[in-house]
Write a protein that binds this ligand. Structure first.
Ligand SMILES: Nc1ncnc2c1ncn2[C@@H]1O[C@H](COP(=O)(O)OP(=O)(O)OP(=O)(O)O)[C@@H](O)[C@H]1O
Length: 696
C-alpha cells in the first residue's frame, strides 16, 4: 500500500493502514494505564480506610449508577446506542462547557501553544507544495527558482523554515502537556476534596466510585482539553489548508476527492457517540474491577487464611472479563470504522491518480502539481482521520467529565461546613429525643424506633443490646454521619443539626473497634487531625491512655508505623490517646475492648477508667464485655429499636426479670459453656506487668 507518512502528534500516522492501529494503541493505553493508575491509587488512598461494611459484590441495588442504568435494558437496540437521550445531551453539553472552563486558567500557555501550532502546521503544509515544485524544477528543461535564488540559497531558506517549524512543534507539545497536567492536578484535588465532603455512606458504598474518578477520569478530561484540543486544531488546519492548496492546484481533482467526505463525516459522528457510551461503561467496569482487587489485597491475610486465592481470582476474572467484552465491542466498532474509511481513502487516491494521470498526459497538469496534490490528499485524509480520533476523544472526555462533575457538583446530604461553630469548651447534656432512624440504603428497615435517651454532663452511659440491635447506629447519629428520619439529637439543648458538622465532630473523641492508623510516626498518628499540638501534649495524652509501649520503642514517638505494625491493644490505646488529645466534651467508645485479650483489655479499661474519673467528659460506650460495661455509671439496654431498661449495673442485675441479666447470661454462657455462672460479678483478670512504665 502507499507508504506515505505524514507527521502526527507523537507517531507517524500511516494512511490507510494505521487507523485501527492508532485506535487500538490508544485503547490499550487507556485500559492498561487505567488499571495501573486505579490500582496504585486505590491501594495508596484506601489502604487504611476499608469501611467496616464495605461490600464489593455488585448487587443491583449497590451497583454504581451507570451499571444500574445499563442493567435496566439488557438488550438495547443498535440505534439506541448511537442516539443520546435528552438528559444525556444536557449533561454532555454542560460537561463540555465545564471542561472548556477548566482550561481558562491555562489561557496564556494555551494561546502561545495554539500560535506555535499554527506556525508548525503552516510549515508542514508547505512541504507537499515544495516537493511538487522541486520535482518540476528537476524535470524541467528550463529550471528556474522564484526571486532569482540559487538552489543552494533556496535549500538554506527551506532548512531554516523547517527547523523553525520543528522548534514550534516542540514548544506546542511541551506547553500543551504541561497545561494538561496542571488541569489534571487541579481536577484531582477538587475531586478529592469533594469526595471528602460527602456523607460517609456515599463513599463507603462506592457510589461515587471516587478512586476511578481521581485516577482515570481526571486524566481523560485533562487530555481532552489539551492534547486532544491540540490534535484537533492541528487536524483542522491540515484538512482545511490541504483542501485550499488542492483547490488552488486543481479544482476538478479536489471536487472528486470531496465526494468521499460526507459519508466519512457521518461515520465519524455515529462512531464517536458509540465510543462515548462504550467508554463510560468501560470506566464503570474498570472501577468495579479495581474495587475487587483493592478489597482482596487489603484483606490478604484473610484471603490466605481461608485459602481463598482461587475464589478471589475468579471474582477478579469476572470483572476483567466484563472489561474485555467491552474492549471487544470497541475493537469491532473501530475495526469496521477504520477499515471502511481506509478503504474509501485508497479508492479516492486511486481515482485521483487515474484522473490526474490523464490530465498530466494532456498537459493540463504538471507532474510536480499532481505529486503535490496527491500528497495534500494524504494530508487531508490524515487530518480527517485525526479529527475522528479527536471527536471520539472529546466524546470520551465529555463522558468522563459527566462522571467527575456529578461528584464535584454533588451536594452532600450532610454538608460539613454548614451551620454554626461549637465552642470547644461548651458542656451540656446530650438528648436523643424520640429518634426514629433507618439507613438511607435500607429504607424499609427501621433500626431505632422512637428512642429516648438522655446523658448528663460528665456521665458515662454504656449501651448494651444484641448484635445488630443498633448500638453503633446511635453512635453514628451522635457523630452526625446520618440524620434521624424523625426526632432530634440535642447538645446543651440545641439540635446538633444546627451545628457545623466539622465543628461538632471536633468536640467528640472517638475510639472505634478497629482504629485506623495512618502511615507516619506514632506522634503524627496521635496528633491526627490536630495540627497545633506540642510534643508534650502528645506525650501527656499517650501517658493518660496507658501507651507505655511507646517509650520502649527504638525511636519512641518518632517510630514509623503502618496499619498492621502494632497489636490490637496497642492500637486501641493509641486511638484513646488520639481521642484524648482533642480534650473532647464527649467521648464515644465503640466496642473498644471487644477484640482484646484479658491483659490488653485490662490496660485499655484502665485508660478508660482514668477518663471516666478525671475528666468532665460525657461518655457513650458501646460495649459487649462485662468488664467495660460495668465501668459505666449507667447502663441502658437497647432492644427492638428503643431503650427497654436503664440503671446502674447493680440496679439492673438485681432487678427481677432483668433483661440485662438475660443478655449478659447469654453472653457468658456462650463464652464459657457453663450456664450456671451468675452475671453479677465482673471478673477482671489481673495482668502480668508486661510493659515498661512511662516516665512520670
Ligand atoms: N451503613 C449501613 N447501611 C445499612 N444498614 C446498616 C448499616 N450499618 C448497620 N446497618 C444495619 O443496622 C442494624 C444495626 O446495626 P448496628 O451496627 O448499629 O448494630 P450493633 O448493635 O452495633 O451491632 P454489633 O453489636 O454487632 O456491632 C444492623 O441490622 C445492620 O446490619
Amino acid at each position: 500500500m502507499i507508504g506515505l507518512a505524514v507527521p502526527s502528534r507523537a507517531t507517524m500516522v500511516y494512511v490507510n493502514i494505521s487507523g485501527p492501529l492508532v485506535a487500538r494503541r490508544q485503547y490499550s493505553k487507556l485500559v492498561t494505564s487505567s488499571f495501573r493508575l486505579s490500582l496504585r491509587s486505590q491501594t495508596a488512598l484506601c489502604r487504611d480506610s476499608i469501611p467496616r461494611r464495605f461490600n464489593s459484590t455488585n448487587s443491583p441495588s449497590q451497583a454504581p449508577k451507570g451499571i444500574k442504568e445499563s442493567n435496566k435494558d439488557p438488550k438495547p437496540s443498535i440505534w439506541s446506542r448511537f442516539l443520546s437521550t435528552g438528559e444525556d445531551k444536557t449533561k454532555s453539553a454542560s460537561s463540555f462547557k465545564k471542561i472548556v472552563a477548566l482550561a481558562k486558567p491555562e489561557k496564556k500557555p494555551l494561546s502561545i501553544a495554539i500560535g506555535l501550532l499554527l506556525v508548525s502546521s503552516t510549515v508542514s503544509m508547505s512541504i507537499p507544495f515544495t516537493i511538487g515544485k522541486l520535482i518540476d524544477y528537476f524535470t524541467s528543461a528550463n529550471p528556474s527558482i522564484p526571486l532569482g535564488l540559487t538552489l543552494g540559497q533556496a535549500s538554506a531558506i527551506l532548512l531554516f523554515i523547517f527547523t523553525g517549524g520543528a522548534v514550534a512543534n516542540a514548544g506546542r507539545a511541551m506547553l500543551m502537556r504541561l497545561s494538561g497536567q496542571r488541569i489534571v492536578a487541579r481536577l484531582r484535588e477538587d475531586t478529592y476534596a469533594a469526595a471528602l465532603k460527602q456523607e460517609v455512606e456515599y463513599v463507603e458504598r462506592g457510589e461515587g466510585d471516587v478512586i476511578s474518578r481521581l485516577s482515570v477520569d481526571s486524566s481523560i478530561v485533562g487530555e481532552s482539553v489539551t492534547q486532544n484540543l491540540s490534535d484537533g486544531l492541528r487536524s483542522v488546519v491540515m484538512a482545511s489548508a490541504g483542501l485550499g492548496a488542492m483547490f488552488y492546484i486543481s479544482p476538478q481533482l479536489t471536487l472528486l476527492m470531496l465526494a468521499i467526505v460526507p459519508p466519512v463525516s457521518l461515520g465519524v459522528v455515529v462512531y464517536g457517540r458509540y465510543l462515548k457510551r462504550l467508554s463510560n461503561r468501560t470506566q464503570e467496569a474498570l472501577g468495579d474491577m479495581t474495587k475487587v482487587a483493592q478489597e482482596s489485597l487489603s484483606a490478604l491475610r484473610t484471603v490466605q487464611a481461608f485459602d481463598a486465592n482461587k475464589q478471589e481470582e475468579n471474582k477478579f476474572h469476572q470483572k476483567v472479563d466484563t472489561v474485555l467484552q467491552l474492549a471487544r465491542k470497541e475493537a469491532i466498532a473501530s475495526g469496521i470504522f477504520f477499515g471502511s474509511t481506509g478503504w474509501s481513502g485508497n479508492v479516492t487516491l486511486l481515482a485521483l491518480l487515474g484522473y490526474g494521470g490523464t490530465l498530466v498526459s494532456s498537459g493540463a497538469l504538471s507532474v510536480g502539481d499532481l505529486t503535490s496534490l496527491l500528497l495534500y490528499t494524504v494530508y487531508v485524509g490524515s487530518g480527517l482521520q485525526m479529527l475522528t480520533g479527536f471527536f471520539s476523544s472529546i466524546m470520551r472526555g465529555i463522558g468522563a467529565g459527566v462522571r467527575i462533575f456529578d461528584l464535584l457538583d454533588r451536594k452532600p446530604a450532610i454538608p460539613p461546613d454548614h451551620g454554626i461553630d461549637v465552642d470547644p469548651s461548651r458542656r451540656g447534656p446530650i438528648r436523643f429525643e424520640h429518634i426514629t432512624f433507618e439507613y438511607p440504603s435500607r429504607k424499609n428497615v427501621t433500626i431505632l424506633k422512637h428512642l429516648d435517651l438522655e446523658i448528663e454532663v460528665g456521665e458515662s452511659v454504656a449501651i448494651v443490646g444484641k448484635s445488630g440491635s443498633g448500638k453503633s447506629s446511635i453512635n453514628a447519629l451522635l457523630m452526625r454521619y446520618y440524620d434521624p428520619v424523625s426526632g432530634k439529637v440535642t447538645f446543651d439543648g440545641q439540635d446538633i443539626r444546627e451545628f457545623k458538622p466539622s465543628s461538632w465532630r471536633n468536640i467528640i473523641g472517638v475510639v472505634p473497634q478497629d482504629p485506623v492508623l495512618f502511615t507516619g510516626t506514632i506522634a503524627s498518628n496521635i496528633a491526627y487531625g490536630n495540627d497545633n499540638v506540642s510534643r508534650e501534649d502528645i506525650e501527656a495524652a499517650a501517658r493518660e491512655a496507658n501507651c507505655e509501649f511507646i517509650w520502649g520503642m527504638p525511636n519512641g514517638f518518632d517510630t514509623q508505623i503502618g496499619r498492621m505494625s502494632l497489636s490490637g491493644g496497642q492500637r486501641q490505646r493509641l486511638a484513646i490517646a488520639r481521642a484524648l488529645l482533642k480534650k473532647p466534651a464527649i467521648l464515644c467508645l465503640d466496642e473498644a475492648t471487644s477484640s482484646l485479650d484479658a491483659t490488653s483489655e485490662h490496660r485499655v479499661n484502665d485508660a478508660i477508667d482514668k477518663i471516666l474519673h478525671s475528666r468532665q467528659t460525657t461518655c457513650l460506650i458501646v460495649a459487649h464485655r462485662l468488664s467495660t460495661i460495668a465501668r459505666a455509671e449507667r447502663i441502658v439496654v437497647l432492644e427492638d429499636g428503643h431503650i427497654t431498661e436503664s440503671g446502674t449495673y447493680r440496679q439492673l442485675v438485681n432487678r427481677p426479670d432483668s433483661r440485662f441479666r438475660t443478655l449478659m447470661a447469654a453472653q457468658l454462657n456462650t463464652a464459657t459453656g457453663d450456664p450456671s455462672i451468675p452475671p453479677t460479678i465482673t471478673k477482671v483478670v489481673k495482668p502480668q506487668p508486661e510493659e515498661e512504665a512511662p516516665p512520670a
